[in-house]
Ligand binder design. Structure first.
Ligand code: KG4
Ligand code: ZN
Length: 339
């Protein structure tokens, strides 16, 4: 097979990620995390842009070094055009454009959400080590998105369910903050749940029509619950932290599973692909795998954790499919903040 080398640049939020692929094989996959936001309990957009500016050059150089290629072998540069934080996106865009001009190679722009889905077409990106066949249903769960997407082909996607308010990642992060374990909230809540009893507390699930989601009412429900308990016992959180985390996590995982179950029946498609940062959650992974074991019709694809969270490989592979379709972009493209 002919060599086709793409560099993928990801800078939508706080992590700077760069990866180099040759066809569907990953040659290097570098992530530089921004620890600075921990101090503030959440991502500070201006700081995020400044650190992308500082880290991008380092990440690109490291990715080239680790992939053992010469930079002149790179065939195209692919980057996230949106959605995301505008400052962060602009830094990535400027870098990618300059890289493309400097090396006289084509520029490819990628939608970050599509990229989370298409990462499954990287060699061995998911725990099945296989590519999902079309059509499939994607449960897209991240900090910015909560959607059920019917994927008919690489760039033929149809949103059939969506959150009416907050994303599931935001719910994880905000609830973690209520419990005093914030940034990064989701992964910490996941970790604290490990030693907890998930049936200790029962929270009511949002009642939302069809395939849509809602997490804002759920968040306030938890908030009110905790407030009430704290009035009687100021050590309530401290004494129940693991059980609280585990119970919240179980409930969220059940909400997601119930919706996807509904979607499979509605569409007749039983091939399910998880995507986005929240798909790194251990309880969600366990729950979906278990359900698929009990339902022989189900075929489930879960990204390896490094491909659940934001990464450069997903940007590179999406660029690769665009390259093959000759979907090149001009230097005039501008980032967008919303889907
Ligand atoms: O896809 P992603 O890395 O960035 C966006 O595109 O938004 O997703 C980030 C989100 C955050 O809300 C983060 O808390 C959540 O994914 N997340 C998790 C876990 N790992 C990341 N949520 C629950 N459990 C995890 N293990
Ligand atoms: Zn993402």
């Amino acid at each position: 097979k002919k060599k086709l080398i793409i560099i993928g640049i990801e800078s939508t939020c706080d992590d700077t990620a760069v990866s180099i692929i040759n066809n569907r094989e990953v040659l290097s996959n570098v992530i530089i995390r921004q620890k600075i936001h921990k101090k503030y309990g959440g991502v500070v957009p201006e700081l995020a842009s400044r650190f992308h500016d500082k880290n991008l050059y380092l990440a690109v150089n490291q990715a080239i070094f680790l992939s053992r290629i010469d930079k002149y072998e790179i065939d195209a540069v692919s980057f996230s055009l949106g959605p995301g934080l505008i400052g962060s996106l602009l830094v990535g865009a400027s870098f990618a454009k300059s890289f493309s001009i400097g090396l006289k190679i084509p520029l490819l722009t990628v939608n970050h959400v599509q990229a989370h889905i298409l990462v499954h077409f990287i060699q061995n990106a998911n725990i099945n080590n296989s590519f999902p066949k079309f059509p499939f249903l994607c449960l897209m769960i991240s900090g910015g998105h909560t959607q059920i997407i019917k994927v008919n082909d690489f760039f033929k996607m149809e949103i059939i369910g969506s959150t009416l308010d907050d994303s599931v990642g935001d719910a994880f992060d905000k609830i973690a903050r209520m419990l005093g374990i914030y940034y990064p909230g989701g992964p910490l809540l996941d970790r604290f749940s490990k030693s907890g009893y998930s049936k200790k507390f029962n929270f009511s699930k949002p009642n939302v029509n069809e395939l849509d989601f809602s997490f804002s009412g759920f968040k306030s429900h938890i908030f009110q619950f905790i407030k009430k308990k704290l009035k009687k016992d100021s050590f309530f959180i401290k004494n129940n932290l693991a059980d609280l985390c585990a119970s919240v996590q179980r409930t969220i995982s059940e909400i997601l599973l119930e919706k996807i179950h509904k979607a499979t029946i509605k569409t007749g498609i039983f091939r399910i692909v998880l995507a986005g940062g929240v798909s790194a959650n251990n309880e969600i992974r366990r729950n979906f795998i278990l359900f698929a074991k009990r339902n022989k019709k189900w075929e489930i694809f879960i990204p390896k954790k490094k491909y659940s969270i934001d990464n450069g490989a997903m940007i590179a592979i999406t660029g690769l499919f665009k390259y093959k379709k000759n979907f090149f972009d001009s230097i005039n493209v501008t980032p967008y903040t919303k889907f």
